[in-house]
Write a protein of this length. Structure first.
Lengths: 321, 321
DNA sequence: CTGAAAGCGCTTACAG
DNA sequence: CTGAAAGCGCTTACAG
């Protein structure tokens, strides 16, 4: 466990009998060419000594840390977990590593984390706020930033999101197509476009709404309120898989069967939605694709823009199909 | 979105009319003291200019990157997700940021990720392998490493884990205490100490075993095999929450009720186990505590050691209590 | 209490 | 094709 002193470029150069520059040339295959024999000697030295270039030094010299920052509200949400994996993969493919931070859904902490990441010279920031953050943090950090999971255009910021209004409409219409006369809504603490879509699909008929946190516990409590009292709706559109998982648990406790007594359509379509009992019919967000676009945009993005990815209804069993 | 040139220490020094050294002294509150008036001027300059010390430069100079690496098999497992959050919090409290990488459970990729992290000058590595990795990677990286979720002592390596044999015994005995005559086992691809504990608790009576991947799909398929054919056990001990979630789904499909037809005790006790229907009785791994110990050990650890954290049976409803 | 200077390990123009 | 050297932005002995 005693740490051996780090092998530096100079060590390799000495061992191979060349200058440091040449070592750098072979490590990066450029920008100058090196004769095959010299290159072989250098590669040998690298292998024998176990040389690993010092990323801090390279970052300092080039001004490029090859680091991306990812800020998520929390990890124990399979949607964010999936996103973290996908972003990590895309970043890695472009030679970037990922520094992750979780904000716990707290705006002040989130801002703090972003500033911290900025200090670490990340070259891009991917941030997912439950509520779209003040785009000012973007300016404050002075680093290319893309906001993920944002449902509407935010002038001056690069945002990626799905057409959640459309998704909500699709989900609610699917429920309606089963002939259910009522469709409740379980949604986050603040109004968002999913609520709007739900209203439109219902042609503005009045139906029960419960607001709660975007997690299992929130969905659980909201469902207890919505279905524990008389006048419960025949079906419900839930604005995230996590809330839907909590909702399912509440319905089970209340002795209500899904979909026979209450039908559900959820929003997100993460792994969790596949393995509930019954599996959830869900409006799926294309996480992999969004991750790819986000990484490309944060690294190459020419300026603020709005990207809307299409959403797709994945029919499983909770809707009664 | 145009990137302003970075503000450096020299800029602050010039603005405040002091030397760079003084700026460093006030930023770090040491190691030399600075007069209150000068300090005030410097703090002003920092605020006005929006100075963020360049972490790469500091890392190069001090030889300390203040970075920790975390390698996980995947993120869409709430146990790992919980762990990532907990480790992030502990690291942050000690001024370290976290670079995360997921191995996808592939040993070669895992090794690769570790080497990559080593090149990034992380000062410690926390790695969780589904199967305990070759401790050689530790030597190869030349960086203090602690392996998490390891169930037995590995000489020469620092490992943290629970007494999983004891946990399995507790879980199975709890099932037995309900009077169930049979307790099946759903476990990972390779034998581990949980299987041993299960056998011991059953006093080596022969019972059904199904092996499968440590994920939802694995547990789903294993349960279909175990409960879809005659001679199914009255209860089952499942070696992870993810597998238990899949198992619950399979039982639902088979029309078997939990706990009336089949009782379940799971292993992990992550958030997911709280919100299934019914909630899972589980042998809980103390994730927060393990994260704390891991971070402390990787940063201060004097050498290889074995840490065993106690496990606790959390009784909920899937066992029939 | 403060400044001038060295040096961490790289990369890359500049000479040769 | 290769080497000597400058410089990225810090921190920290060393002088004063």
């Amino acid at each position: 466990m005693s740490r051996p002193p780090r092998v530096t470029q100079a060590d390799v150069a000495r061992y191979a009998g060349v200058s440091g520059a040449v070592v750098s040339y072979v490590v990066h295959a450029g920008p100058r060419s090196v004769s095959p024999e010299t290159a072989a000697k250098v590669r040998d030295a690298i292998r024998v000594l176990g040389y690993q270039p010092n990323a801090s030094a390279a970052a300092l010299r080039t001004g490029s840390s090859k680091l991306l920052g990812l800020v998520l509200p929390e990890f124990d949400n399979s949607l964010w977990a999936d996103l973290a994996v996908a972003v990590g993969r895309c970043a890695s493919a472009r030679g970037f590593a990922l520094i992750t931070a979780s904000s716990g859904g707290d705006a002040a902490l989130e801002r703090d984390q972003i500033l911290r990441l900025a200090g670490r010279q990340v070259e891009g920031l991917l941030v997912t706020s439950v509520e779209m953050t003040d785009p000012d943090v973007h300016g404050a950090a002075g680093i290319p930033t893309v906001f993920l999971n944002v449902f509407s255009d935010v002038p001056g910021a690069t945002t990626i999101g799905v057409d959640a209004r459309r998704g909500a409409i699709d989900g609610v219409e699917h429920l309606l197509s089963h002939g259910y006369d009522s469709v409740g809504l379980i949604i986050g603490p603040d109004a968002d476009v999913r609520e709007q879509g739900w209203r439109e699909a219902l042609e503005f008929r009045s139906m029960p709404v419960e607001r709660c946190a975007f997690d299992r516990q929130g969905g659980y409590e909201a469902a207890l309120r919505m279905f524990g009292s008389p006048g419960r709706p025949r079906s419900v559109f839930v604005s995230s898989d996590m809330q839907a998982v909590g909702c399912l648990r509440a319905l089970w406790e209340l002795g209500l069967r899904v979909p026979q007594d209450v039908a559900i359509v959820s929003f997100d379509g993460s792994v969790d939605s596949q393995f509930t009992a019954p599996p959830l019919t869900a409006v799926r967000q294309p996480i992999e694709r969004m991750a790819q676009v986000a990484v490309d945009l944060v690294l190459d993005g020419p300026g603020p823009r709005r990207v809307v990815e299409p959403v797709r209804l994945v029919v499983r069993e909770s809707c009664g199909c």
